[in-house]
Design a protein. Sequence first.
Length: 294
Amino acid sequence: MCAAGLAVAALAVGTAAALPHAPWAAAPASADRAAPRAAAAVAAAGPRTLPLLGRKANGRLYDYEPNGTGGVKAAVDLGGGFADATALVQAGHSENGAGTDLYFRMGKTLYYTAERGNDTKVVGSGWDIYNLLMSPGSLGGTTHDDIVARDAAGALWLYPGKADGTLAARIRIGTAGWNGMDLLAGRGDYTGDGRTDLIARSTTGTLYLYPGTGNATADAAFAPRVTVGTAWGTTAYKTLVSVGDGNGDGKADLIGVDPAGALWLFKGTGKASAPFEARTQIGSSGWTAFNTLF
């Protein structure tokens, strides 16, 4: 998720009774995207594909299902109530076995709701210490997506995901210095080695690839970073996000929104030295209407 998406006013914890409920009620069934597969089969086939989700200033969420060729289908309105969420994170596992989940932060509290689930539950409090939350997939190679969080000092922390949507104890995966990045993105493998990687953009507009090691232990999650390019700043792309393998070729892709509001697809190559093909436009103007894409 982009850092800009964290700039929305926080909601006091005392208003938890007004939490959004079951935002996935209107979402297309997971079978509309891809039939569920065993974890081993998913790993062998490459990154999975999630919908592109967007939030507008009025707090409504919209679901854009992948069309199988890298683009997206028409929007589905998932409902409102998220204007005060200071973080929105999509995860690729579900406690009810039905697809993708949503983590969202209100005030200091992180909440979780499963796709087509009936309950929104508290994951934990004290999450206001982080200025960025996102999920790249599973950095440790498990079947459940993890949460990556950045603290005010610029350190990066990994919260391994569990089947029920709760999170294991945090692990530091990056020392101070990550505040030099204005967004973190990526979902899945960009280097072709089967391990989950991370994409980061610096405040000066340089895009980096952090190859995953598959070792989700202290300060060992990434190999040395690779520079993707130097012209990826906000004057070129307001935000960058990944939903995994958007065109079904087994390689993780990247999506960007330019200042005019057009949507662009960067198809993955599976090569660390040049992880993306030339961009392809997949959406016309209007995408800047969302204050968060994830």
